[in-house]
Write a protein that binds this ligand. Structure first.
Ligand code: FMN
Length: 190
């Protein structure tokens, strides 16, 4: 449909109370009607194992995810930061998605963001994530950037965003991301 964009939003955390999932929910609830965000996590994706791939091929759950990535007009990825980098569950999911015949990240328009309890707000992991996505020919929106620092102070216990500065950066980010998603749709589904 013209002027509406299907966005697959990936939270890189499995935690029910994940600040990154809360962040994506905050973005989804503030997004213009044209941006439809579907939030998922890496839950259920097996550990990448080259022997399994050789013996059984790509696992069905990964094939399904590849299709969802391929079909999306654009992606949003919210990454936590673990030991200054991308959490294993998210990297593992991306590694599996990069296997097989179709490369779902090729030409895919992506926006990234992240929330951490530390003072840097996932800056380091986001830059590592950009590097990985670049290797897969994804087209990552350069800015604005969303680094949610000290996440415990910014969300209520039910996951509601309570921080005004984060509200503002989300609004600015959405203004940039809508045309980014449009470009992704025009670029076509690979
Ligand atoms: C193994 C591990 C390593 C972590 N390393 C960092 C780090 O390097 N930088 C940081 O800001 N927070 C770090 N944290 C704290 C995370 O920011 C915090 O657990 C955050 O809530 C994870 O995201 P989530 O709420 O979406 O699950 C680490 C947490 C774990 C479990």
């Amino acid at each position: 449909m013209a002027d509406s964009y299907d966005i697959l939003a990936i939270s890189g955390s499995l935690r029910a109370g994940s600040f990154n999932t809360h962040l994506l929910r905050a973005v989804a609830s503030r997004a213009p009607e044209a941006l439809r965000l579907d939030i998922i996590t890496p839950r259920g994706v097996p550990l990448y194992d080259g022997d399994v791939e050789e013996r059984d091929g790509i696992p069905p759950i990964v094939e399904e995810l590849k299709e969802r990535v391929r079909a999306a007009d654009a992606l949003v990825i919210a990454t936590p930061e673990y030991n200054f980098s991308v959490p294993g569950v998210l990297k593992n999911m991306i590694d599996w998605l990069s296997r097989g015949e179709h490369q779902p990240f090729n030409g895919k328009h992506v926006g990234i963001m992240g929330a951490s309890t530390g003072p840097i707000g996932t800056a380091r992991s986001q830059y590592h994530l950009r590097m990985t996505l670049q290797s897969l020919y994804a087209v990552v929106m350069p800015r604005p950037e969303i680094f949610v620092t000290k996440a415990r102070d910014k969300f209520a216990s039910d996951g509601t965003l309570t921080d005004e500065a984060t509200e503002k950066i989300i609004a600015t980010w959405l203004k940039h991301f809508e045309p980014w998603a449009r470009l992704g749709q025009q670029h076509g589904r690979v």
